[in-house]
Design a protein around this ligand. Sequence first.
Ligand code: RTP
Length: 155
Amino acid sequence: LVASMEQVEETYIMVKPDGVQRGLVGEIISRFEKKGFKLIGLKLFQCPKDLAEEHYKDLNSKPFFPKLIEYITSGPVVCMAWEGAGVVASARKLIGSTDPLQAEPGTIRGDLAVQTGRNVVHGSDSPENGKREIGLWFKEGELCQWTPAQAQWLR
Ligand code: RTP
């Protein structure tokens, strides 16, 4: 087995309310599962306004911020924590560009969405933000550390 050069990281992935409404939860989870990352946290959750504002605080001066908060709190989301070597950057690749019309076919947004304001999924943009966001969205005891039976097939 070749040792990975990359660090084991954690990323926060979220199916946004439009993804839930459109019945894309299974499809989106499946993309990360099939890739071979490890799911360590999962829940359906109605996000309160203060949490949405904290999560997106770096964007709070943007003109679209109020609409973004309204969108994220408009219905339940599916919160996920995924672990793996290089998972943060890889998940961003699987998700595709912020604007779904620019996202490559084969990516989640490229295949499943057409509007930036309804782009079905979120993924952390750095390992630091992965940790920060998992800490925001999950309580202690909600994450599971487990060893896959076929660990040698994953990295
Ligand atoms: P995310 O955090 O959701 O994974 O998205 P991202 O990094 O690809 O994009 P970011 O620039 O961080 O923006 C966060 C989310 O805000 C909404 N947005 N709307 N011009 C607009 O109307 C606009 N720009 C961004 C999107 O939902 C985007 O994913």
